[in-house]
Design a protein around this ligand. Structure first.
Ligand SMILES: [Zn+2]
Length: 451
């Protein structure tokens, strides 16, 4: 099972000054920056995935600026990401359209020919056919499924149109991708509105000649729904066909998915959760093959944070007061890291600064706000008590120590994400080894039974 990291220019500045909170003036974005595999000194993933809509172009505004997009087209995905094959042997580079970016469009902005060019120019090892997202997901019986397909309801008709469009594009893509050399593996994308419709799409793609399928539209689904979809697909096509899960947001539940024998999945979730999750921002290996999570400590920049700037402008707090609280909180946290400050004083200074940006006032909180506040206090205390940043030996934590747990400025937040990628990469590796050991134990016991 290959762990593929879905990149969207997630690099950091290696010379960022954490005390002054700024990059050196001569920093050249991208050129001087480090991708996760560069910062860690190894790749915590088996490969990276680049979506065409993230690169951008005429049809869709991506994340790359114009010169980055031009360089990407000129030098290819590996050179652009400084993820060269000799340095990262056996690594993979996946591509897809990034269908979420155009889900509101009538038609995908790319055709099969465009995508074959994109994958060929970029020297991708794996590329997905052109799909159009179906967001609806219902569990239908075979009978309800027949009704659905004859339904005159607009949503059902639209979903059927997208289903057929995705299949037709896959047929076209499979033919056209034959002009790429045999280092390229085409993946046919499955889109459907139910487990049975996804199974049907999978059957059609396999009959076309695909040996590797990518299951799309999984991002908003609950785990139980993903299991149902995969069960239906495997029931239909068996286990000889490889399956990739596109945009697998339930990455930390991956162990529960092993019965479906997934060949690969892409995700960005360990990185994103460092700064998008409300509670689980910092990963460590936990007990029983699970991950352990900690909440990052929010100390935003008083002069940069929009909420705080608004409060100062409205005269609720003075800017001096906010900056004083900010410096007291961050100073105490750094002292706590060195054993020079106690947990209670540090916690109380952090909470003094939390109140303005969380509620806009120091007192008179509602009951709900009090509950929220005590939740933040408990999680912050848990993080402080356990000092997780001191228990990790990755390149990020060894270098920046307590700064990694600070929810403040992209250079810390993304580094914490990169640390999570390192922990997650090891987590996947451990799962694979455990599975291998289980199997060899099984084989041994079978052998001794035979003897
Ligand atoms: Zn670390």
């Amino acid at each position: 099972m290959k762990f593929i990291f879905a990149d969207s220019l997630d690099f950091v500045d290696p010379r960022y000054d954490f005390l002054a909170d700024r990059s050196p003036p001569d920093r050249e974005v991208y050129w001087d920056d480090k991708f996760p595999h560069e910062l860690l000194g190894y790749a915590p993933y088996d490969g990276i995935l680049v979506s065409r809509s993230i690169v951008g172009g005429h049809a869709i505004q991506g994340k790359y600026n114009q010169s980055q997009a031009m360089r990407f087209r000129r030098v290819g995905v590996r050179e652009f990401h400084r993820f060269r094959e000799p340095d990262y042997p056996n690594s993979l580079v996946f591509g897809d359209c990034g269908a979420f970016a155009y889900h509101k469009f009538e038609e995908p902005p790319y055709n099969a020919e465009d995508m074959v060019d994109f994958y060929g120019d970029g020297a991708f090892t794996h590329g997905c056919s052109v799909d159009h997202i179906i967001f609806d997901f219902e569990e239908l019986t075979p009978e309800q499924e027949r009704d659905y397909q004859e339904s005159q309801e607009e949503r059902a008709k639209e979903n059927l149109r997208r289903f057929q469009l995705t299949i037709d594009n896959a047929a076209d893509f499979l033919q056209k991708s034959k002009r790429l050399d045999n280092h390229f593996t085409p993946l046919g994308v499955v889109q459907g509105w139910s487990p049975l419709s996804m199974a049907k799409a999978a059957r059609v793609l396999v009959d076309m000649g695909y040996g590797y399928l990518a299951i799309g539209g999984m991002v908003p689904l609950r785990s139980a729904q993903i299991h149902k979809a995969l069960d239906a697909i495997r029931d239909e096509i068996g286990y000889n066909i490889s399956i990739h899960i596109l945009g697998f947001a339930k990455a930390d539940e991956i162990a529960d998915f092993s019965p479906h024998r997934i060949s690969s999945f892409d995700t960005t979730s360990p990185l994103i959760r460092a700064f998008k999750d409300a509670k689980q921002n910092y990963f460590l290996p936990g007990a029983n093959g699970r991950l352990e999570y900690y909440t990052a400590i929010r100390i935003p920049q008083a002069l940069e944070n929009n909420t705080l700037k608004r409060l100062a402008k409205a005269g609720v707090y003075t800017q001096e007061d906010l900056q004083k609280r900010e410096q007291a909180a961050i100073g105490s946290l750094r002292a706590y890291d060195r054993g020079k400050a106690g947990i209670e004083e540090t916690l109380s200074l952090i909470m003094d600064y939390t109140k303005p940006f969380a509620f806009g006032r120091d007192q008179g909180h509602s009951e709900a706000e009090e509950r929220k506040l005590s939740g933040i206090r408990d999680r912050t205390r848990h993080t402080l008590e356990n000092r997780p940043w001191q228990r990790c030996a990755c390149a990020v934590c060894s270098e920046i120590s307590v700064e990694v747990i600070l929810f403040r400025a992209s250079n810390r937040n993304k580094r914490r994400g990169i640390h999570n990628l390192a922990v997650y990469g090891k987590h996947i590796k451990r799962l694979k080894e455990a599975k291998y050991n289980d199997r060899s134990i099984n084989i041994q016991s079978h052998q001794s039974a035979a003897e």
